[in-house]
Design a protein around this ligand. Structure first.
Ligand code: E4P
Length: 237
């Protein structure tokens, strides 16, 4: 399973890249805005450079399908690791599957975003998407079971041998990450504060503290034994 960061915060991104657990990045216009990245091109180019050959998803900012194709072509020229995020439908409910299909045929990698149902995931896959982004938190907002959805989509992809990968996003709790991992997500995109929570445990801290204290006591013990031996040696002279 791969771990992506769901962020545009350079400081946090660099911190977690150095930990060796990050395989890619996802952004959206809200994340960029929240993290103070107002110039999408400048921000995307900088983030893509940080990630080298690892995928960086950048989302289109228009509701018009023709403009989505044009924007996607522009984004794809910014860096070789750009993946273009296209919503499965626009805000009027019009299908964006044709956009996904055209871009895929041109060799542009597409992450189909804002997926909230099984049917949306299978159609995005049929259209050629490289990734289908299932929004776990938003699925749960509507009283539906995100883990069941992820499991069903994964079973369907495997049964029909599609290479499309599931990205689970919209993470709201650490438990969402565990549930998505066990349900068969290929990738989970995680906001940095949740990675900090995942690695931490108060009893691990306590355990390490105890070991360090005992190691310090052992050093004192060695020093005392050596001092006693030196004193004995001096009295024998
Ligand atoms: C990731 O690709 C999504 O854009 C993001 O996780 C959405 O999260 P939200 O539902 O908290 O806005």
């Amino acid at each position: 399973m791969q771990v992506f960061l769901d962020s545009a915060n350079q400081k946090e991104i660099e911190k977690w890249l150095h930990q060796g657990v990050v395989d890619g990045l996802t952004t959206n216009p809200s994340i960029m805005f929240k993290d103070g990245v107002y110039d999408i091109e400048q921000g995307a180019r900088r983030l893509c450079a940080l990630f080298g050959d690892r995928p960086v998803s950048v989302e289109v900012t228009t509701n018009d399908c023709k403009e989505m194709v044009e924007q996607a072509r522009t984004f794809a020229r910014w860096a070789q690791n750009v993946v273009v995020k296209i919503p499965v439908i626009n805000e009027n409910g019009e299908s964006c599957l044709g956009v996904i299909n055209s871009l895929t045929r041109e060799g542009i990698l597409v992450n189909t975003t804002a997926i909230l149902s099984f049917n949306q995931a299978i159609l995005a896959t049929k259209a050629g998407a490289t990734y289908v982004s299932i929004f776990a938190g938003r699925v749960a907002d509507e009283g539906n079971d995100a883990a069941l959805l992820i499991r069903n989509v994964r079973q369907w992809l495997d049964a029909w041998e599609y290479t499309t990968k599931i990205i689970v996003g919209s993470i709201r709790t650490v438990m969402d990450i565990q549930a998505a991992a066990l349900a068969g997500a290929h990738i989970i995109t995680i906001p940095p504060p949740f990675l900090a929570k995942m690695v931490d445990h108060k009893y691990t801290r306590e355990t390490v503290r105890q070991f360090n204290q005992d190691a310090d006591k052992a050093l004192v013990q060695i020093a005392e034994v050596r001092a006693a031996a030196a004193a004995a040696g001096a009295s024998n002279d």
